[in-house]
Design a protein around this ligand. Sequence first.
Ligand code: FE2
Length: 135
Amino acid sequence: MELIVWTSAFSVGISKMDQQHLEIVRLINTLATTSEISVRSELISETLTNLTNYANEHFREEERLLEEHGYPELAAQKADHRAYRMKVVAFCQETMDGEENVPAGLLDFLRDWWVDHILHSDMEYRGFLEARGVT
Ligand SMILES: [Fe+2]
């Protein structure tokens, strides 16, 4: 998988959210690299579990922040997050049992979903929060 290269174009203007997005990108890149060198499957499932837990925590914080400021597109954000969680769970149940490599389809999904979500859905709240002085 082509690694995600973080640039300032990914910044949503809220340092806490940027830090969390950066960590998620780091975990996805780690997963892609680890998977390519085909190490122990426990390490891969551990990283995948960390990513899932971290993403869930991030979704909760992001939704709380948007709710606090009355963001009008909160329902769409929540729906996006929910769809992601369901997709990842389905992927893991179907494919990860005893696998030593993360399936390329899962890695591509993770990369494409996060890049698209940050650059489009999340970027939509940037101006809204900026106008309210949230940084
Ligand atoms: Fe989001």
